[in-house]
Write a protein that binds this ligand. Structure first.
Ligand SMILES: [Zn+2]
Length: 286
């Protein structure tokens, strides 16, 4: 009966002019824009008591651990975006030391960008993974850029007192104006062509983000601080400085599934072993 009805419809439609078929919208001109990704050095850390600092379940041994800080430059056609802005460049030539950690920074972002011929005023967008000071330190060198940051993390830094006055100061130009700020919630497709997407991965902070970059050579996932080093992936390690444990575990689950489904190269931003997963600066991945 149902088959017959379909046949009747097909017959009837054969006698009338073919309906206009909706044409797919032309691909935006940016769809073919070259996409490149550079890894930038954004600091070195010696964490003095690795176990106490990084595990809320006594997972890791006592003693020190070295980690790195990294930031990323994304070129989309003639548009430039920074992902995270690292430790403050006041650290260049200095060392910060307290009971928990020692921090160093070899070179500022501005100096690194100069080496590849990118001027600070060419940076149109700054994406921030989360509100911690080691991800916001050099944003102020790019005051013309629009800041993309999770809404709840923005609200925290605007609060009184700030949970991190260094970070609030580093982003003051956007938190209090006149800098342009875009408060992100949910996933955010940065250039509108699905190739650079901020992925909502809350937990470490209320509005933490990871970044998906779909290069021609294959997708790359930048973790933000969803993970700080490789062991955490297998043992679901959550540090004591974490906003919501259940959200962190759920975000790890989502992130790992995305990585598996896309066959993505995962780069843990603080993991020294992951430096080698991208070409060495000043080379870019494409
Ligand atoms: Zn960090």
């Amino acid at each position: 009966m149902f088959k017959h009805a379909i046949a009747a419809v097909l017959l009837a439609s054969a006698n009338v002019a073919a309906p206009a078929v909706a044409q797919p919208a032309p691909a935006p001109s940016t769809a073919q824009a070259p996409l490149q990704l550079w890894r930038l050095d954004c600091g070195e850390f010696v964490i003095k008591q690795y176990g106490a600092f990084f595990s809320d379940t006594f997972q890791y041994p006592r003693g020190p651990k070295n980690i790195v800080g990294s930031c990323y430059l994304i070129r989309h056609g003639d548009r430039y975006m920074l992902w995270d802005t690292g430790l403050t460049d006041a650290l260049v030539g200095n060392t910060f030391d307290n009971a928990a950690q020692t921090l160093r920074l070899r070179q500022s972002l501005v100096d690194q960008l100069r080496q590849i011929g990118v001027r600070p005023e060419q940076i149109e967008l700054i994406g921030i993974s989360h509100w911690h000071f080691d991800h916001t330190g050099q944003a102020g060198r790019f005051p013309q850029a629009r800041l993309l940051m999770g809404r709840d993390d923005v609200e925290l830094l605007r609060g009184t007192p700030s949970p991190d006055q260094d970070s609030t100061d580093a982003l003051a130009h956007w938190l209090n104006g006149p800098g342009q700020i875009q408060q992100v919630s949910g996933d955010h497709d940065v250039f509108g062509d699905g190739r650079v997407v901020m992925l909502t991965t809350p937990g470490h902070t209320p509005a933490h983000y990871a970044l998906l970059v779909r290069l021609a050579s294959g997708p790359v996932l930048l973790t933000g601080d969803l993970y700080h080093f490789t062991e955490q992936v297998a043992n679901r390690g959550v540090p004591p400085f974490n906003h919501n444990r259940a959200d962190t575990l759920a975000s790890m689950d989502r992130f790992d599934r995305i990585a598996r489904n896309l066959g993505a190269r995962v780069i843990i931003q603080h993991e020294p072993a992951d430096i080698a997963k991208l070409p060495a600066f000043p080379q870019a991945a494409q």
